[in-house]
Design a protein around this ligand. Structure first.
Ligand SMILES: Cc1cc2nc3c(=O)[nH]c(=O)nc-3n(C[C@H](O)[C@H](O)[C@H](O)COP(=O)(O)O)c2cc1C
Length: 164
C-alpha cells in the first residue's frame, strides 16, 4: 500500500476549547447525492473519540505549499495544546472545527462508524464545502510527501471528472 499514492488532507475536530488535528491519506469521496465522504482513523488516536456518530468535524485538502504544516501536524507525540499554532485557519460555521487555508475544505457530520481492526471507518455527511487559495495538492507515497502543481493537475483529464 505504500506504493499507492494518497492525497493528503488534515482532519480537524474541536475537543472543548482545543483543536485536534491529524494528517490523513484515507479521506475519500463516497457519494455526491447526498455529498458523503469517509475517513479511516486510528480508533485510539485523539481524533477517534471525536468522530463519533452525530459529531461534527472538518477536513482540509492541503495544497502544494503546505508540506511544512503537514510535517508539524504529523509530528508524533505533539501536545494537545497549540496543535495549529502558526498555521493559518478559520473556524467552520457548521462544525466549529478548524478549516486550514488549503486547496479545499469540507465540514462534516458523522453518520456511521465501523470498527475495523485497530481503526475506525467514519462516514461523514458533507454540511458545507468550498475551495481554498491553494490550487495544487500534496501526494504521499513511500513515506514521502510530494507536491503536485496545479498545472500538472490539468494533464490527462478524464471524461466526466470534476473540474475545480
Ligand atoms: C502522510 C500521512 C498519512 C496518514 N494517514 C492517516 C490516516 O489515514 N489515518 C490515521 O488514523 N492516521 C494517519 N496518519 C497518522 C496520523 O497523522 C497521526 O499521526 C495519528 O492519527 C496519531 O495522532 P495522535 O497522536 O494525534 O493521536 C497519517 C500520517 C501521515 C504522515
Amino acid at each position: 500500500m505504500a506504493r499507492l499514492p494518497g492525497g493528503v488532507a488534515v482532519v480537524t475536530a474541536r475537543a472543548g476549547s482545543r483543536d485536534i488535528a491529524a494528517v490523513v491519506t484515507s479521506l475519500v469521496s463516497v457519494s455526491l447525492e447526498p455529498p458523503t465522504v469517509l475517513v479511516v482513523v486510528h480508533a485510539d488516536g485523539r481524533l477517534g473519540d471525536l468522530l463519533v456518530p452525530g459529531g461534527r468535524w472538518a477536513a482540509t485538502v492541503v495544497g502544494e505549499h503546505q508540506a511544512a504544516q503537514v510535517a508539524w501536524i504529523a509530528e508524533p507525540g505533539r501536545p494537545d495544546v497549540g496543535q495549529l499554532q502558526g498555521i493559518p485557519h478559520r473556524r467552520g460555521e457548521h462544525s466549529g472545527a478548524a478549516l486550514l487555508d488549503g486547496a479545499a475544505w469540507l465540514e462534516l457530520r458523522t453518520t456511521q462508524t465501523m470498527e475495523v481492526a485497530d481503526h475506525r471507518v467514519v462516514v461523514g455527511e458533507v454540511l458545507a464545502a468550498g475551495l481554498g487559495s491553494e490550487t495544487g495538492a500534496l501526494v504521499h507515497r513511500l513515506g514521502r510527501v510530494r507536491a503536485v502543481g496545479s498545472s500538472q493537475l490539468g494533464d490527462n483529464r478524464l471524461p466526466g471528472s470534476a473540474q475545480p
